[in-house]
Design a protein around this ligand. Structure first.
Ligand code: ADP
Ligand code: MG
Length: 717
């Protein structure tokens, strides 16, 4: 039975051709998970050695992208394609004098540059130039005097912003093949096997760029990573974290306790990271655990009191442990896990349980990973995240901040937090490690491999009509959008998600599974309900999931065909993340539909801009969905209104306060999702259901019971 057929209730349904099928994300793997690459980079990789030719398409591509000067040389700005090529070769000659990487490399700088550039990878040292030079000078004593003199005499006072930028660019060695993890970076053989077992062949851009930085021989840096949604960031931070722990177990056999903390904004994401981690740690002796309420994790003076007999699962089942008197809590064994994956609040609560002022510390933690770092350092989570950061008291702590979007305020906060920590620890900048930033593609942009539709629906009513047409496009309908399940629908608030869910529940015909095919997921549900819904959606039992921004970030449903923004997102960043639930790992065919009403017009421009840039990246100049007139006509939003929108969303759509009677006020009614009463709809649905059921009984009888299931969607995994 075909899900789409049932949803569309089309009688003349023809199975889509094989070619069309393969374009849908839910129908399998992408040929190549990389989003940006050029033919000559491939050639270079396969030959692994030849210099690139002048005047290539990679460079021409870059010219569309004014913000990122991928080809800026360290010496001077490159203005034309040929000049760029000359600059690259120029640089190669001078490369020996540059302090890019002094490890013995098999690739020269031209090659490294070419590969990094063609994959749109840009690495920058984020420290102040003085600090970089000081740190370099202690590293390399021979060169140091010259450099220091130079920096004092000429460079330091006169460097323009642009020159500083260029001086900070780095071209580290890229990872060309997962096999190099073992052969070149000497990671644990078991870990390498586990990576290989996942069946990935080509590293994605973010893996290509970050793994050598984190696994290489030079001192591990703190790292800020901005890479597109679905580009494999999880693997990029988990492999180095796990490998570091394997090494640690060898070098410190007696040190037990939490060595790494991974923080993620939602339970759904945290649990997904644990699942990914579990596949990688098999047989390595490394343990990864999801933080649960009641677990005892911090050093509250009893760090060494490890109860060897009990294991952490017994503690994690104890839901009330946080509220227990101190004496009893002390009996809960400290969690014995190397990697703890947690939401911010969960860990902060555990670290501050039974404490009045200071929090317990996590003295052994050497790696702190912040996944979706920009949201973790946003006002909502900031205090908790910084508390966790502070509680990681080991002087060798390294932090990794990962996201698809990162405002400059987040970068500044990271820099200042690291600096503060170093001052507290009495570390001089010269002794400290680097803070690097790696950006893949254009910062804060949506992935180029999905199709965007921005649809004006005028009113709330219009949106509902539009969505119904999406669910059941008829021949007569003007809608050119076809969205096949599975897909996600985002609303602004929990009540709206709930209301939309109950409105759509009866739109799924009984023979397609009826209302059980559609579900709603939000943070007011219990943990058990939440994980059951996630499981059923992954299994393919739920086809349409109505949700809030709870699922906007990080969660990886591999084959999602589309995303519907029933309510516009609160910011451009949220748009990038919501639509990034489709088109993962380079898959083509995902669709993102965004409805907007009259009330939304002031907020649409930033979204339209994102779509415009994404279509340019895709090279879709001809039939762009965002016309120039629209971009010109849409109003710009003031900084304050943007802030306000980010915090509260579209005002008219905010959840009504409990005292507001629903029927009160025209505005509230205007923004309501349903028009009919629930009773009416149930009645209608019963009738429809009865008719449909009798029809399908007849059909089944006619087919002699041979109902084919071949075309139906069998789940996401
Ligand atoms: P991000 O965190 O960047 O949004 P994820 O780490 O969730 O992305 O990865 C997205 C999907 O890509 C996952 O399903 C993951 O298994 C898959 N993936 C990761 N690396 C590769 C690779 N090198 N080749 C193919 N698929 C990959
Ligand atoms: Mg992620």
């Amino acid at each position: 039975m075909d899900a789409f057929r049932l949803l569309t209730r089309s009688t003349k349904f023809k199975p889509a051709s094989a070619a069309a099928e393969s374009r849908l994300p839910s129908t399998g793997k992408a040929a190549n998970p990389q989003l940006f690459r050029t033919a000559e980079a491939d050639e270079l990789v396969s030959k692994n050695g030849k210099k690139r030719k002048r005047g290539t398409t990679a460079q021409q591509d870059e010219e569309d992208v004014p913000d990122l000067d991928f080809f800026s040389s360290n010496k001077r700005p490159a203005t034309s394609v040929t000049e760029t090529a000359v600059a690259i070769e120029d640089d190669a000659e001078k490369a020996s004098s540059q302090d890019v990487s002094d490890a013995a490399e098999s690739m020269d700088e031209v090659q490294r540059r070419t590969i990094l550039n063609s994959h749109k990878i840009k690495v920058t040292d984020m420290r102040d130039l003085d600090d970089i030079q000081q740190s370099e000078s202690t590293k390399d004593s021979k060169d140091s005097k010259k450099k220091k003199k130079k920096s004092k005499k000429e460079e330091a006072p006169v460097l323009s912003k642009k020159e500083q930028k260029r001086a900070r660019r780095l071209f580290p060695e890229p990872l060309l093949d997962f096999k190099e993890l073992r052969s070149k970076y000497k990671i644990s053989s078991r870990l390498a096997e586990n990576v290989a077992d996942q069946g990935f062949t080509v590293p994605t851009e973010v893996q290509l760029g970050t793994l050598p930085l984190l696994l290489g021989e030079s001192s591990e840096p703190d790292l800020l990573v901005v890479a597109p949604t679905g580009s494999g960031k999880t693997l990029s931070f988990l492999i180095p974290v796990i490998n570091k722990i394997v090494r640690h177990h060898h070098s410190h056999p007696d040190e037990h306790g939490i060595l790494s903390v991974v923080v993620a904004p939602t339970k759904e994401l945290a649990s997904q990271i644990v699942n990914e981690g579990r596949k990688l740690v098999v047989g390595t002796g490394v343990k990864i655990t999801l933080m649960k309420k009641g677990m005892r994790v911090g050093d509250d003076g009893n760090a060494n009191v490890l109860d060897e007999k009990s294991d952490e699962s017994s503690a994690s089942e104890d839901e009330d442990a946080d509220n227990k008197p101190k004496k009893e809590r002390a009996n809960i064994p400290l969690t014995k896990s190397d990697i703890l994956v947690t939401t911010p609040l969960m860990l902060v609560n555990a670290l501050s349980a039974n404490r009045t002022s200071t929090m317990a510390t996590l003295p052994l933690v050497r790696s702190l990973v912040m996944d979706e770092a920009d949201v973790l350092l946003d006002p909502l989570f900031r205090e908790q995240t910084l508390d966790i950061w502070k509680s990681c008291s080991h002087p060798d702590l390294r932090v990794g901040l990962w996201s698809a979007t990162m405002g400059s305020n987040i970068e500044d906060m990271t820099k200042s937090t690291i600096k503060e920590r170093q001052e507290d620890l009495g570390q001089k900048p010269s002794e400290s490690h680097a803070l690097l930033r790696l950006v893949v593609g254009l910062k804060d942009s949506a992935i180029p491999n999905i199709e965007h539709k921005l649809v004006y629906a005028a009113t709330e009513q219009g949106k509902l009509l539009g969505l119904r047409q999406l669910l059941r496009p008829s021949a007569a309908s003007a809608s050119d959008i076809r969205l096949r399940p599975p897909f996600l629908i985002f609303t602004q608030t929990i009540p709206r998600a709930v209301a939309l869910h109950s409105e759509l529940k009866y739109d799924i015909p009984a023979e397609a599974g009826g209302s059980s095919r559609i579900a709603v997921l939000h943070s007011d549900l219990s943990d058990i309900q939440r994980s059951e819904i996630m499981r059923d959606f992954r299994k393919g039992e739920i086809w349409i999931l109505v949700t809030t921004d709870l699922l906007a970030r990080g969660v990886d449903f591999r084959g999602i065909n589309g995303v519907v923004n029933y309510d516009i997102p609160n910011s451009a960043a949220v748009y990038v993340h919501r639509v990034g639930r489709t088109g993962r790992a380079g898959r083509e065919g995902g669709i993102a539909v965004t409805y907007y009403t009259k009330e939304d017009i002031p907020y649409v421009k930033s979204i339209a801009n994102i779509i415009d840039v994404s279509e340019k990246l895709r090279g879709k100049e001809g039939d762009k969905s965002i016309q120039k007139w629209l971009l010109d006509a849409l109003p710009n939003l003031s900084k304050n209104s943007k802030k306000d929108m980010k915090r509260h969303g579209v005002k008219a759509r905010q959840a009504p306060r409990l005292t507001d009677k629903e029927e009160d006020g025209k505005g509230a009614r205007g923004m309501r999702i349903s028009t009919k009463s629930g009773f009416e709809r149930r009645l209608e649905n019963k009738k429809k259901g009865a008719i449909a059921a009798s029809r399908s009984r007849k059909a089944a009888a006619a087919a002699d019971g041979n109902v084919s299931d071949a075309g139906s969607w069998a789940g996401l995994d």
